[in-house]
Ligand binder design. Sequence first.
Ligand code: HEM
Ligand code: HEM
Length: 174
Amino acid sequence: MIQKYNLSMRMMHWLSGVGFLFAIFLGIILTHTSWIDESNEVQYILLHKSFGLLVFFLATLRIIIRFCSEIPNSVADNKIEKFIEKFTHYFLYFSIIALPISGYLMSSFGGRTSGFFGLFDIPLFISKNDELSGSFYDIHKILAYITLCFVGVHILGFIKHLIIDKNNILKRIV
Ligand code: HEM
Ligand code: HEM
């Protein structure tokens, strides 16, 4: 049995993970308009959408790669830990797909296009509907903060293995 994730899994973990952290950081900045110069707000939204879409493309590729990869055995000590580990991983996979989709739907129902770093725009496939745009805003916001909590659990799990179990599982993914 292998003890380490393969190179493509390791690369996709850090690319999509860092992309996710950038997207959520920019999302949080957008809600604190006093932190930024108002004249730059549109630029921040464009950057937020671009990083969000990047996460979506990387996450799709990452999930395909995962299906084709051999995954190392879990390092969980007991059934409860194994459940938390599995649930957290599956939730994070779900979220890096669902968050960008909810963001895109929020913008599209609001009648706004979404671009990718100025390279191309994703066309509007749906007609304007402010009510649905509002609902997707709520979904996007709630899901983003729940996901942030799960990232916290994920990192705490790593710290637990490192400090209590004296097992540096980071070596498996770097
Ligand atoms: C500094 C932050 C992070 C650290 C230190 C970290 C660490 C790790 C480690 C050590 C593993 C391997 C677990 C094992 O060996 O069983 C792992 C796997 C994983 N990480 Fe992270 N991670 C971080 C950020 C993220 C972020 C931001 C996401 C997604 C939003 C993420 C999603 C995942 C997923 C889904 C897996 C499971 C891989 C699989 O088995 O398919 N990680 N992470
Ligand atoms: C992993 C990807 C993403 C994450 C983690 C994320 C996270 C967030 C967060 C935390 C907020 C602030 C919510 C609040 O407290 O009000 C936000 C707002 C927003 N997001 Fe995202 N988002 C992602 C992807 C996207 C995508 C792909 C789009 C559109 C294509 C998008 C469009 C927006 C818009 C329009 C807002 C509202 C900005 C405003 O307040 O004017 N997001 N996002």
